[in-house]
Design a protein around this ligand. Structure first.
Ligand SMILES: [Zn+2]
Length: 393
């Protein structure tokens, strides 16, 4: 089944399971919503402490609104480079941990951000520690960098440049985002953009001077219907108007209305076509004298199917087979920092824990998947140096 190093890695991770569950508890109980800077910094501090303990040089990139990003580096003897990405922010407001802290029931663990993606952070620490403890050649020979960012849930506005710079020199990028609900890894991710339409009209008394009004709400409503008509799930393009605002009272013709919407696409072509259509819709006029402004842009480019990433997944699969696991891959609509990194280096995503319910209060992770995924990651990494040359072929 497995050779001596593999066997030692598998056992080393299993033997320390309790430690990794403790670390996971500490991470989850940091209430690190993207805007909760103090709590996010506490989570970043925990990660910095762990990486320092592993012998990495840790650098923090201070942020004003968000937690400071934490980057850890360890040089290796050979020329190869591995990059690991994980975010420690969650989508939850301050107070969520007080309401529902980390807890375990059977093989389910819950708590805000446990699946997306604090479980993945624990997986990474467990795998790296095992590689060090068994003195695996990959630990000695490969330069390893980890980027822990605090703003991924906003599509990484302040960490993108950092991720790009590190990905550009990496031979492989592993992203510790959660596995899809079926346990799948992913290397094809849709691109994502955020946009906004802002409509200005003219207010008027809705009874006595209705004819003088120019309803921004009516204009926007017409446009929203057309935005939603762009969606074509068959080809992989979706548009979702998720927020609308406008008007002030029922008896006033609305002078202002706006909507925020999200675009998901599988290819850069689809992104171009959809944005072209956005501009056409913005330029339409249903209510005379209203004005519409379109703002926004693509934030994550699509991560398209690429041979080098298929190779990486093939190696992950082989690691799984050694452990008796039948691992699968899936195309996902969710964007991640893997979309950014994958433009620049071979990338495999979804290496984190199994579970479901990301971004909701019914989020959970399969507790035993912490050890399972760490074992897969460690075996994948142990075999990586001998194969890395194939990625540039
Ligand atoms: Zn995530």
């Amino acid at each position: 089944m497995v050779d001596n190093t593999d066997q030692a890695l598998v056992e080393s991770i299993k033997n320390r399971e309790a430690d990794w569950v403790d670390l996971l508890r500490d991470l989850v109980n940091c209430d690190s919503g993207t805007f909760n800077k103090d709590e996010a910094d506490r989570a970043g501090g925990l990660l910095a402490r762990e990486m320092t303990g592993l012998g990495f040089a840790v650098e923090t990139y201070p942020q004003e609104r968000f937690g400071s990003h934490v980057v850890a580096r360890k040089p290796g003897g050979g020329g190869k480079r591995l990059l690991f990405l994980g975010h420690f922010d969650t989508v939850f407001p301050l107070g969520t941990v007080a309401e529902r802290p980390f807890s375990i029931a059977g093989d389910r663990a819950t708590g805000p951000g446990i699946y997306d993606m604090k479980g993945g952070l624990a997986v990474l620490l467990a795998a790296l520690t095992a590689l060090r403890d068994v003195e695996a050649p990959v630990w000695r020979d490969v330069t390893i960098t980890t980027v822990f960012n605090s703003d991924e849930e906003l599509l990484s506005p302040t960490s993108r440049a950092l991720i790009e710079a590190e990905a550009r020199r990496a031979d492989t990028v592993c992203v510790l985002e959660p596995a899809r609900p079926g346990g799948e890894y992913t290397f094809v991710r849709k691109g994502a953009g955020m946009f906004k339409l802002t409509v200005s009209g003219r207010a008027a008394h809705s009874g006595s001077q209705h004819e003088l009004g120019r309803s921004a709400v009516e204009e926007l409503a017409q446009k929203i219907v057309r935005l939603h008509q762009i969606s074509d799930r068959e080809v992989g393009t979706t548009v979702n108007v998720g927020v609308i605002r406008g008007g002030e009272r029922p008896n006033v013709v609305a002078a202002h209305a706006e909507c925020e919407f999200d675009l998901r696409v599988l290819t850069p072509d689809q992104a171009e076509r959809a944005q072209h259509r956005f501009r056409e819709i913005a330029a339409l006029q249903f209510v005379p004298d209203t004005e519409t402004e379109l703002t926004g842009r693509m934030l994550f480019p699509p991560l398209q199917r690429q041979r080098r990433n298929e190779l990486l997944f093939g190696w992950v699969r082989e690691a799984g087979i050694k452990l008796g696991l039948d691992l699968d891959e899936v195309v996902t609509g969710g964007g991640s920092d893997g979309n950014t990194a994958g433009q620049l280096a071979p990338t495999i995503d979804g290496m984190g824990v199994r579970g479901d319910g990301a971004h909701t209060d019914h989020e959970f992770m399969v507790l035993s998947s912490l050890v399972e995924r760490a074992q897969v990651l460690a075996l994948f990494l142990a075999a990586w140096p001998a194969r890395a040359a194939q990625l540039s072929g």
